[in-house]
Design a protein around this ligand. Structure first.
Ligand code: ADP
Ligand code: ASP
Ligand code: MG
Length: 402
């Protein structure tokens, strides 16, 4: 008998028919003699709808604690419905909210980190023969307040359970049948991969391949949890994510797109030591994750610093910058939400000169202008106009993968 953790995303449980389909997959696993713990997300676009409801009340600064109270409701609905569906198919089942399943997190509302999972309740339920359905994306902080793990966080809930319970398998079911060289819904000739290394998957996920949440990959690597990404609609093998893979070394593994990019330019800063430190220190105090940074020389002894953050963190970043007024001055704050980041990822590019120029040539041939560039040993990213993002992904994918 094995212990299997299965996670189903929002698209896989979007309505009654899909919930019954998932129940069928779970029950088959259980009837094969295995212990099964299931993690589910909120149905369809529920989380987005809940966020919209909050914005109708307060579009600027809804309380972060109450946002978590609101968003956790989405997963509560799906666990109950899936438990009812499994019961209808005749198997013993119990649904658990994050805290009932033992999830303790820090207090960073909206992006909490899991600190510990107390597995006692899950072990008791398994020993009673129950299938367990756990609400993904949520936990409880030390003040007994509900927290959420950040968008796409149910993947992380599943990996965390697999690690804490030493599960034999961790399967992430979604609406595509695996991880591709680019988003298969956008790039028609994208290629499905049988296996991907943790590090390459982590880069892809961080750079916008939403098929897996990046924290879940980070955690899978740390605790050596092998993941499988597979379809909830077709019963066939998916993509395995693990440390050692048999794949041939290619120049690049994939192309990713991130449309959630805000660039913030702080214009007319004094060109003197300590300015960059104070600016980024302030952003850190506001818990803003900065991605690309560009400093350029201005006029009359001034400089401009431009950095990018996700759309989610734009308000916090602006608040941080506004709070600096008086500490040291700048002449203007320019905010732009119209750019996207296109990245190529691959461990093989490190020792290959010419990869960057090939990417830039592909963009040039497609008549796409580059606004900012950032590179590391395993990725090259460019910022371009969002309306050209899909065209850019296709052009770059054609150049490297064909
Ligand atoms: P879920 O609701 O199951 O969590 P998500 O929408 O979060 O599903 O993730 C699945 C989606 O990720 C797919 O529908 C696909 O459009 C997108 N995607 C982006 N990049 C990739 C990629 N490289 N491989 C596979 N899917 C990708
Ligand atoms: N429901 C949450 C979201 O939409 C968590 C998840 O789907 O993983 O972000
Ligand atoms: Mg997801």
């Amino acid at each position: 008998m094995a212990l299997i953790v299965k996670k189903f995303g929002g698209s896989s449980v979007k309505d009654a028919e899909h919930v019954m389909n998932v129940a069928g997959i779970v029950v088959d696993e259980y009837k094969a003699g295995n212990d099964v713990i299931v993690v589910v997300s909120a149905q369809g676009d529920t989380t987005d709808d809940l966020i919209e409801k909050a914005k109708e009340i307060n579009s600027a600064t809804p309380l972060k604690r109450e946002m978590d109270m609101l968003m956790t409701a989405g997963e509560q609905i799906s666990i109950a419905l899936l438990a009812m569906a499994i019961d209808k198919l005749g198997c013993p089942v119990i649904s658990l909210l994050g805290w009932q399943a033992g999830f303790s997190t820090d207090s960073h509302h909206g992006k909490a980190r899991i600190k510990k999972i107390n597995t006692e309740r899950m072990k008791t339920e398994l020993s009673k023969g129950n299938i367990i359905i756990v609400a993904g994306f949520q936990g409880l902080n030390k003040y007994d307040d509900l927290t959420t793990l950040g968008r796409g966080g149910s993947d992380t809930s599943a990996v965390a359970i697999a690690a804490a319970m030493s599960a034999d398998r961790c399967q992430i079911y979604t609406d595509v049948d695996g991880v591709y060289t680019a988003d298969p819904r956008k790039v028609k000739n994208a290629v499905k991969m049988d296996e991907v290394q943790y590090d390459e998957m982590l880069e892809m996920a961080t750079l916008g391949a939403q098929v897996l949440n990046n924290r879940s990959v980070e955690m899978a690597k740390k605790y050596n949890v092998e993941l499988e990404v597979l379809s909830s609609l077709e019963r066939k093998p998916g993509t395995i994510i693990k440390e050692h893979v048999k794949m041939e070394k290619t120049l690049i593994r994939g192309v990713a797109k991130d449309t959630s990019v805000t660039t913030i330019s702080v214009v007319g800063l004094k060109d003197q030591p300590g300015v960059a430190f104070k600016l980024f220190n302030k952003l850190a105090q506001y818990k803003v994750n900065v991605d690309i940074i560009l400093q350029s020389v201005g006029r009359h002894g001034t400089k401009d610093i431009t950095f990018t953050v996700s759309h989610e963190q734009m308000d916090d970043a602006i608040k941080a910058m506004e709070s600096m007024k008086g500490v040291f001055d700048y002449s203007d704050l320019k905010v732009n939400n119209g750019l996207s980041k296109i990245s190529i990822v691959g461990a093989g590019m490190e020792s290959n000169p010419g990869v960057a120029s090939k990417m830039f040539e592909a963009l040039y041939d497609a008549d796409i202008n580059i606004h900012m560039i950032s590179t590391s040993e395993t990725k090259i990213s460019v910022l371009i106009e969002t309306e050209l993002a899909d065209k850019a992904v296709q052009a770059v994918h054609d150049a490297f993968i064909g």
